[in-house]
Design a protein around this ligand. Sequence first.
Ligand SMILES: O=c1ccn([C@H]2C[C@H](O)[C@@H](COP(=O)(O)OP(=O)(O)OP(=O)(O)O)O2)c(=O)[nH]1
Length: 144
Amino acid sequence: MQKIKIKYFTDKIEPLDYIEGKSDWIDMRASEEVTLKAGEFALIPLGVAMELPKGYEAHLVPRSSTFKNWGIIQTNSVGIVDGSYCGDNDMWRMPVYATRDTVIHVNDRIAQFRIVENQPEIVFEKVEHLTGKDRGGFGSTGLS
Ligand SMILES: O=c1ccn([C@H]2C[C@H](O)[C@@H](COP(=O)(O)OP(=O)(O)OP(=O)(O)O)O2)c(=O)[nH]1
C-alpha cells in the first residue's frame, strides 16, 4: 500500500478516499464555489496539496459525468501533477472551459486522478533510418 501525505486547504470538502472494488481512480472535489458564463475559463481549486510517493506523478482528468453535469471541459485534457509539486502552496487545480452558464459548488466531485510511475530517463539517438516495419504513416490503417 502506498501512503500519500495530503494537506487540506479547507474543511468544507470531504476527505479524499480510495474506494476499493469499483475503480482505483480517486475522485476530487471543488473546494470553492465557481460561477462561470458560457465561454469563460477558470482554474477550479481542488482544495488539496499532496506529497506523492517517490518516483510517481499523478494524472488528473474529468469524471465521465462532469461534462453532462456542469458543461465544463478540462482545457489541458489531462493534468500532469509532477512529484515536485509537493509544497505547502501547491494546491491542485482543474483548468476548465465552460460551454454553458454553470455553477460548480463546494464539494462537487468534478475530477479524478491516479498516480503513475515516472518513465525511465531517456536519451535520443539521431539516425537516418529506423529499423522498424513501416506502417505507412498517420491515418494509413485501413486505407488502400
Ligand atoms: O491540471 C493541472 C495541471 C497541473 N497542475 C499543477 C501540478 C503541476 O506539477 C503544476 C505545473 O504544471 P505543468 O508542468 O503542466 O505547468 P507549467 O509548469 O506551467 O508548464 P507549462 O508552462 O509547460 O504549461 O501545476 C494542476 O494542479 N492541475
